[in-house]
Structures are given as structure tokens and as C-alpha cells.
Design a binder for this molecule. Structure first.
Ligand SMILES: Nc1ncnc2c1ncn2[C@@H]1O[C@H](COP(=O)(O)OP(=O)(O)OP(=O)(O)O)[C@@H](O)[C@H]1O
Ligand SMILES: [Mg+2]
Length: 220
């Protein structure tokens, strides 16, 4: 079995009401997992905990074998900059800049060059020099995905990465993400409302009644 990238052990969280408890799973290199569940069930909260941004009420979240909430802040900063890629539900692009400039910043911070084939695969090579504000929602979403992959992360957290896209473009984006993890042995943790998108991942989980359950696992 390939090395474990994400390990959750008995994670629990609540804000105004309990969201989930006893959440445990592992995700290996080159594997993808999707979490589906109703709005408000806590999917984004779980993603924020696994990606170093929200300390859990209980349990342990590990990345690459390290408990992320026990690490020093400079270690966490390094992890975020070099190893993690996050596609947020709201894609925080710099509005006054072009797509190319947005991607260049991420590449510069992680000492990587912009991958032009990625822009072609995502079908944004023709709009990459326009200001972000002039792009459609779906084009902006694809720029944010190109920005994340240009860093060459070892783990990707994607919160509704296809939420703004028509079904054809959504499939194209999923293909790019899955090709990326297979060719680089990265791991993909994805949150979606779309069962057709979830099915493309190796493991499918549902967050329901405060429990994360495995619905389906593709064994290759
Ligand atoms: N920082 C916060 N402070 C207080 N409550 C929060 C915070 N973040 C999330 N919540 C609450 O936790 C609940 C779960 O939110 P979360 O964003 O995880 O849901 P979700 O499953 O991702 O929903 P959606 O599918 O709509 O994106 C919501 O009721 C939300 O208001
Ligand atoms: Mg959410």
C-alpha cells in the first residue's frame, strides 16, 4: 500500500450545533476521495480542519504522518506553501490582476514555473491575460485551479471545485485534477454536491446525521 497522506482519527466539531464526531479515515498517495452531504452538514468545516485552518474540538488530523495541530507555526507555513493546494468554495483571486498574474504569484511563492499545458487542458489559455473581473465565474474557477496545480502540491483540498461549471466543463476539470494526482502521486480530498463528480473519485463518503460513512470504494 502506498504511503498515507491524510489521516483523520476520531475528529469532532461543533459550532452552534454538533456537526460530526468520530470521523476517521485515511487517504493514500495517488488516491482521491469525495465527501457529499447536505448544505450545513459540515463538509467545508471538515475540509478546513484537515487543511490546517481549523483546530478540531476533538480528535487528530495528520498530514504526511504529522499531527498538524501539534506542529510549530513555521512548519505549518511551509506545509501550506509547498505541499498543500486549496481550491476554496469562494475562489480568492486578486480581482485587479489578470489570470496569468494570479497564477504567477502562486508559482513564485512555491518556486515553480507556470505550466502552460495546464492552461490548455483547462481551456483558459485564451483568456489568461484578461483581468479576473472580466472573466465568467467558471473561467475564474478554472484559473483558481490552475493556480493551485502550478504550485505542484502533494495534497489538494477542493471545496466544490466544479460548483460554477456546466457538466462538460466540470468533467474536464475533474480529469485535470485526477490526471494530476495520478502522475504526481498527490492525494485529492474533494467536497461536492454532485454525485456524478463524486463517483469519479476512488472513495465516496457521505456526511449525514453527524457521521462520515464510506458509501463506495473503487478497488483497482
Ligand atoms: N466559523 C464559523 N463560526 C460559526 N459557525 C460556523 C463557522 N463555519 C461554519 N459554521 C456553521 O457550521 C455549519 C456547517 O457549515 P459548513 O460550511 O461546514 O457546511 P457545508 O456542509 O460545507 O455546507 P454547504 O454545502 O452549504 O457548503 C453551518 O451551520 C455554518 O453556519
Ligand atoms: Mg461548504
Amino acid at each position: 500500500m502506498s504511503p498515507i497522506v491524510i489521516e483523520a482519527v476520531d475528529l469532532a466539531h461543533q459550532f452552534d450545533y454538533p456537526l460530526y464526531s468520530d470521523v476517521s479515515f485515511t487517504l493514500n498517495e495517488a488516491q482521491s476521495m469525495a465527501v457529499v452531504g447536505r448544505s450545513g452538514s459540515g463538509k467545508s468545516t471538515l475540509l478546513h480542519t484537515l487543511s490546517t485552518f481549523l483546530r478540531p474540538n476533538a480528535g487528530t488530523a495528520k498530514l504526511f504522518g504529522q499531527d498538524i495541530y501539534m506542529q510549530k507555526s513555521d512548519e505549518v507555513t511551509k506545509l501550506r506553501r509547498y505541499d498543500m493546494g486549496i481550491i476554496f468554495q469562494a475562489h480568492y483571486l486578486f480581482k485587479g490582476m489578470s489570470g496569468r498574474e494570479n497564477i504567477a504569484i502562486a508559482s513564485l511563492l512555491a518556486n515553480e514555473v507556470i505550466d502552460t499545458t495546464l492552461l490548455e487542458q483547462l481551456e483558459i489559455e485564451n483568456v489568461i491575460d484578461q483581468k479576473i473581473g472580466d472573466l465568467s465565474g467558471g473561467q475564474q474557477q478554472r484559473v483558481s485551479i490552475a493556480r493551485v496545480l502550478s504550485k505542484h502540491p502533494r495534497v489538494i483540498f477542493a471545496d466544490e471545485p466544479t460548483g460554477n461549471l456546466d457538466s462538460e466543463t466540470a468533467l474536464l476539470v475533474m480529469q485535470v485534477l485526477l490526471d494530476y494526482i495520478h502522475s504526481t502521486k498527490a492525494a485529492l480530498f474533494l467536497v461536492t454536491h454532485d454525485d456524478n463528480i463524486a463517483k469519479l473519485c476512488d472513495k465516496n463518503y457521505r456526511l449525514e446525521e453527524q457521521t462520515l460513512s464510506l458509501v463506495k470504494e473503487n478497488i483497482f
